[in-house]
Design a protein around this ligand. Structure first.
Ligand SMILES: [Zn+2]
Length: 74
């Protein structure tokens, strides 16, 4: 695996982490129905906090989780 690919993967992971923290805050202070794709980081709405395995509208993976599950997987 090239350095470039490794860096890209790390960047994606870090971006997903930051997005999850944001989702966690939204979820605590007002409730949100946003979930996040653990593969590509796409945020989509209509995802219950305890949902798992929803299909991602962006990459097509069944990797979308609600805010609560996303936090647990950090
Ligand atoms: Zn995705």
């Amino acid at each position: 695996m090239s350095e470039n690919t490794k860096n890209k993967r790390r960047e994606t992971r870090e971006r997903i982490r930051e997005t999850i923290f944001q989702l966690a805050k939204d979820s605590l202070f007002g409730g949100t129905d946003d979930g996040i794709c653990m593969t590509c980081g796409n945020v989509q709405s209509g995802v219950e906090p305890d949902a798992r395995g929803y299909t991602c509208e962006s990459c097509g993976e069944s990797a979308v989780q609600g805010a609560e599950w996303a936090i647990l997987s950090l």
